[in-house]
Design a protein around this ligand. Sequence first.
Ligand SMILES: NC(=O)c1ccc[n+]([C@@H]2O[C@H](COP(=O)([O-])OP(=O)(O)OC[C@H]3O[C@@H](n4cnc5c(N)ncnc54)[C@H](O)[C@@H]3O)[C@@H](O)[C@H]2O)c1
Length: 463
Amino acid sequence: MEICVIGAGYVGLVTSTCLAFLGNRVVACESNKDKLKQLESGKVPFYEPGLEELMGKMIASGCLSFDSDLETAIKAADVIFIAVGTPPTQSGEPDMSQVMAVARGIGAALDAKKPRIIVNKSTVPVGSGNWVEMLVNQGVEAIQMVPARSARQDSPQFSVVSNPEFLREGSAIFDTLYPDRIVVGSGDERADATMRELYKPILMQSFQAPSVSPRPDGMAQVAFVSTDLASAEMIKYSANAFLAMKISFSNEVAGLCEKVGADVRQVMKGIGLDARIGSRFLNAGIGWGGSCFKKDVQALIGVAREYNCPTSLLEATISVNERQRLTVITKLQEELKILKGRTIGLMGLSFKPNTDDLRDAASITIASHLIKMGAQVKAYDPVAASNCFHQHPELDIVYCHSLKELANQADALILVTEWDDFLSCDWPDLAKCMRKPILIDGRNFLPEQALTDAGFIYRGIGH
Ligand SMILES: NC(=O)c1ccc[n+]([C@@H]2O[C@H](COP(=O)([O-])OP(=O)(O)OC[C@H]3O[C@@H](n4cnc5c(N)ncnc54)[C@H](O)[C@@H]3O)[C@@H](O)[C@H]2O)c1
């Protein structure tokens, strides 16, 4: 099929590359000129394992190209994906201005040569499918008023569908090619059938797996969940809210475990083996972050407010997470008493491993609190340091090039991001160069015994 994807960020670029890999011809439309230049030269503007290699192959095969002009980009398209950002505003509501501009732009650029499907992949509040349809129509009408453009005799035909995205940064190609399910919300049978056809290679797992992301053992056919528009939009928000709630639940229980002398790791293992609960997303630590969870939980609360529905669970999910980030500072105070004048090293900055994304990262909250309290903050991250330096000039952080440099003369270390590289440290060597070998493991990730054997005072979360 001929595909256009508007917005070549984390979601749009992965979608474009994977749809090209599955045999479609894809034009990715990106309005940021710097990003576009990088993409055209084969560079991915963010860190995502395997993506640059696969994207390079797709560009070379002629299946993937880039453009900045919406009108040119959508000309040949049968299916047009909207994958622009919906970042949170100060009040927590999603900023829909990018979606609005794109929807009107699509309307202005559509012709009547063939029917199109407009797919909302951006995460948007319930009701946005109808709203996008209205905006596209506004774009269509606006252009029909322009005499020079009224050569377009017939009205363009289009359907709007919702196709929420569930990929995780760091494993985005894997999640796109081997998803748990594909959800499509639509009120139009023809659009639903086209989307099913587009995703057929994934649904049937009939493609040859790419070397950057081998097919997992036992991968079966993928479920296609066909719903109405509003239900698809609710599925996305509810899924993220539920995952965030699982982590916040573990963290609340972790606090209690510390008081009663239990170990949250054993408790979560014990409850996670219950198939009704499931073992994933039960890790206690400094909580969730990233571009989606907080934004989507807040947006769901916003929708509920419009309908006067109570949201106690959703509100608690956020407040537990905010509280949880600061537990590592409480632990530092218990160990060091005074934090003023101390040097604290942050191991990791990105909101999770295998990404350089710092959106709603715990590291930023922790660093700004420590700095406010008079501590000096050092940080080491294998890929996210440069983003932190450029995106957070307000934070006076000393960036280090290795864990050894981070540990040197530090009063304590905090494990913020569970990068695999951190598992293979020479712990005795690190302990020796610190002023005090204290390590707060914010993810319950590091080998406790090896650390204590090396002379560290080790503190985890919930045990
Ligand atoms: N990042 C994730 O892990 C993730 C996962 C699931 C869903 N989502 C959702 O997907 C959407 C996109 O997220 P993202 O992380 O990819 O955002 P992003 O900010 O990384 O990417 C959005 C891109 O759209 C481009 N853009 C904006 N307006 C444009 C226009 N008019 N024409 C062309 N390009 C335009 C921006 O320059 C940017 O490159 C959001 O709604 C998000 O909530 C994200």
